[in-house]
Design a protein around this ligand. Structure first.
Ligand code: HEM
Ligand code: HEM
Length: 183
């Protein structure tokens, strides 16, 4: 069981980062949607803090993943034999990196602009990365909301693709991300 990726297999580090990030992103999406629609009371503020903590962990994991993939490049997607489909898989993977950076950064910008401390893990305050401003706050959360919707669409496309490979094509794509072995 190798920690590093090879030319045709995902190593343990990439697989662990993939699945931990996937779970945290789904939780952040659900919690974010919930807090944006709930009635804000003093006791509900803790859910905002949980969401900000989750989001900042996702940001750290994505940065870690980018650095790790510079150290140990992931294998290319298993070929479909149809160049357009291979390109689509690559575009979806790249889009994830852009969206998973833009999502927490836009949330952090908007939260900084609100003037409220961005507290994570109940004890650390992230530095403000935007001026306190109604416009920055409004535009930041609008961008956060829109990117969230695009992210959900890309996840559906990605999961649909993974299930198509596993159920219809019966190739090793999903197995390769679960156990590291494609056969
Ligand atoms: C990958 C990470 C993240 C995901 C997937 C995510 C997702 C979401 C979603 C889907 C919403 C609901 C948007 C709406 O319906 O208007 C939301 C709201 C929110 N997010 Fe995030 N978020 C992430 C990171 C962050 C970070 C790092 C922060 C702050 C440091 C943050 C702060 C907020 C706040 C304060 C709201 C509530 C906005 C409101 O009251 O309308 N988010 N998030
Ligand atoms: C929800 C959040 C998810 C995100 C952000 C995500 C992101 C990614 C990314 C960026 C890759 C490319 C490899 C890499 O750079 O690490 C990848 C590969 C993969 N993902 Fe996900 N993923 C998610 C959920 C899932 C789920 C739920 C499944 C299974 C149903 C899945 C199955 C796969 C498979 C099989 C691959 C390997 C594709 C290949 O070999 O080309 N992913 N994922």
């Amino acid at each position: 069981m190798s920690l590093r990726n090879t030319s045709n297999a995902f190593g343990v580090v990439t697989r662990a980062l993939h699945w931990v990030t996937a779970v945290l992103v789904l939780l952040a999406l659900a919690l974010g949607t919930w807090i944006a629609n709930m009635e804000i009371t003093l006791s509900a503020l803790k859910y905002f803090a949980y969401h900000k903590t989750l989001g900042s962990v996702v940001l750290s994991l994505v940065v870690l993943r980018i650095v790790w993939h510079r150290v140990s490049a992931p294998p290319p997607p298993l070929s479909h034999g149809i160049p357009l489909r291979d390109d689509l898989a690559r575009v979806v993977h790249r889009a994830f990196y852009v969206l998973l950076l833009a999502m927490p950064i836009s949330g952090w910008v908007a939260s900084s602009a609100s003037g409220i401390d961005t507290l994570i893990f109940g004890r650390w305050t992230l530095p403000a990365i935007a001026p306190v401003s109604d416009t920055w706050e409004e535009v930041g959360f609008l961008i956060h909301d829109i990117i969230g919707k695009v992210l959900v669409a890309v996840i559906l496309l990605h999961v649909g693709g993974a299930l198509f490979h596993a159920v219809v094509r019966c190739d090793g794509t999903l197995r390769r991300m679960v156990s590291g072995q494609s056969i």
